[in-house]
Design a protein. Structure first.
Lengths: 110, 115
């Protein structure tokens, strides 16, 4: 069935360092790959997304890369700040719905 | 512009009872999605409604059901509640078409506790 795997489940970095979260998906027809950030007690919010006709997309300190052949996509956060601490979810479209990964809890140590 | 709104914020039920959760999408959005987020876990897809019809459902038993009204609002019903149904239920709406999945806008969620 449709599946998205996300690693690592937890990630602790020093402020200013980079953080990388990786996901793989199973549905070869997936063509939309968003990343959501969920702060404690709040709703998930989109931070960046990419479509299958693009290999990389950047927005200030965050970037996403997509390898369709390998069915991998990754989130890169540079110059991390304490306010980046949250749970991050990757997702892949599959038959007009989004399948989410299990989430990565990112802790940025001041 | 109002975002996705959900009610109630919190709901406490006992095993065997029924729960009804409600969602109003962003104005102009016709698609409504329901996800279950159990404590410490990810978002599990429950149901997708579009233009008043159920278009897809996740791997949940039939006691999870719902509907979408002509104004595109939606409700999720959970019958014969079990302890493991305790979770945050998130509703999301999308302006994407069926041929072009787009951003999901989430509500704040309804936290269901089953005792």
């Amino acid at each position: 069935g449709e599946n998205v795997e996300q690693h690592p489940s937890t990630l602790s970095v020093q402020e200013g360092d980079s953080a990388v979260i990786k996901c793989t998906y199973s549905d070869s027809a997936s063509n939309y790959f968003p990343w959501y950030k969920q702060e404690l007690g709040k709703r998930p919010q989109l931070i960046i997304d990419i479509r299958s006709n693009v290999g990389e997309k950047k927005d200030q300190r965050i970037a996403v890369t997509l390898n369709k052949t390998a069915k991998h996509f990754s989130l890169h956060i540079t110059e991390t700040q304490p306010e980046d601490s949250a749970v991050y979810f990757c997702a892949a479209s599959s038959r007009y719905k989004l399948i989410f990964g299990s989430g990565t809890r990112l802790l940025v140590r001041p | 512009e109002a975002g996705v709104t959900q009610s109630p914020t919190h709901l406490i039920k006992t095993r065997g009872q029924q729960a009804t959760l409600r969602c109003s999408p962003i104005s102009g959005h016709t698609s409504v999605y329901w996800y279950q987020q159990a404590l410490g876990l990810g978002l599990q897809f429950l149901l997708w409604y579009d233009e008043g019809e159920e278009r897809n459902r996740g791997n949940f038993p039939p006691r999870f059901s719902g509907r979408q009204f002509p104004n595109y609002s939606s409700e999720l019903n959970v019958n014969a509640l079990e302890l493991e149904d305790s979770a945050l239920y998130l509703c999301a709406s999308s302006g994407g078409t069926r041929g072009n999945t787009g951003e999901l806008f989430f509500g704040e969620g309804s936290r269901l506790t089953v005792l």
